[in-house]
Write a protein that binds this ligand. Structure first.
Ligand code: NDP
Length: 258
């Protein structure tokens, strides 16, 4: 299936984890793929995609830096001629008791997870006006239900839902859809950190044990994989989702049903 032939997708945080799984999925459907991340190792990830036959480029970009974000979208448009899909996936988390949570952690989390999503949407929209496009923003199950020791992360992801709805209303007549997604428990580096740190704070959990116990709360009784999230994102980026905008959709094996 080649739903994305001739389309260019930008994916922030696309060098590893969920973002890389999305990049693989878009590449497998013939998209031009630009992956961005904060470190130079993004070029190795792009090379790995190219080795599979993909049309892929890497770009170093801190999503909190407006100049670098502008350069990212200019790069994508110059390399491939247009920007049609943009996935605002880059994100960070820390876990701390409320008295220990620093202002620096609060600011960094809000900056990457919420401001970074906004800056990328803003720049992508500049390139999409007149042509239409699809924006997909990374929220989290924590945009539905805040969790213990992560008030900054939950606030940042609730913020993503708000900006998604607001932008969806503003750009609807330009043929641009804006949606958000809420993954549950997905096996990535971020989840390894969560398992380790929450595991220590919530009890005497060994490596992997906290995750295993939480997975028991998922009706499907398994953690998600990047490809589970990539399936939803590719649907929202496709023409089958042309009449869907301003929505926030869970992809979590049924963990949260509200
Ligand atoms: P990872 O920690 O595996 O990857 C995070 C990605 O974000 C990396 O590519 C990283 O780049 C990039 N990144 C971090 N800060 C910046 C920045 N300032 N500018 C550009 N890129 C940046 O995370 P996941 O794949 O697990 O998560 C991806 C998204 O999904 C995040 O937004 C996360 O909050 C969300 N999510 C994850 C869940 C999970 O269970 N894993 C559940 C719900 C939501 P680099 O490699 O260069 O550091």
């Amino acid at each position: 299936m080649s739903r994305f032939s001739g389309k260019t997708v930008v994916i922030t945080g696309g060098n590893r984890g969920i973002g890389y799984a999305m990049a693989e999925r878009f590449a497998s459907e013939d998209a031009n793929v630009v992956i961005a991340s904060i470190e130079e190792h993004v070029y190795e990830a792009a090379d790995a995609l190219v080795a599979t036959g993909a049309k892929a480029k890497g770009f170093v970009c801190d999503v909190t830096n407006i100049s670098q974000v502008k350069e990212l979208y200019e790069f994508a448009a110059k390399e491939f001629g247009s920007v049609n899909i943009s996935v605002q996936n880059a994100g960070i988390i820390t876990i701390a008791k409320v008295e220990d949570l620093t202002e620096k952690e609060w600011d960094a989390t809000m900056n990457v997870n919420t401001k970074g999503v906004f800056l990328c949407c803003q720049e992508a929209i500049r390139h999409m006006r007149g042509n239409g496009g699809k924006l997909i923003n990374m929220a989290s199950g924590q945009a539905r239900d805040g969790f213990i020791y992560t008030p900054h992360y939950a606030a940042s992801k609730f913020g993503v839902m708000g900006l998604t709805q607001s932008l969806a209303k503003e750009v609807a007549l330009d043929g641009i859809t804006v949606n958000a997604i809420c993954p549950g428990i997905i096996k990535t580096d971020m989840w390894d950190y969560n398992d380790r740190v929450w595991g220590k704070m919530l009890g005497d959990f060994g490596p992997g044990e906290l995750m295993e116990s939480w997975v028991q709360n998922i009706p499907m009784k398994r953690a998600g994989e990047g490809r589970d999230v990539a399936g939803l994102v590719s649907f929202l980026a496709s023409n089958d989702a042309d009449y869907i905008t301003g929505q926030t959709i869970n992809v979590d094996g049924g963990l949260i049903m509200s």
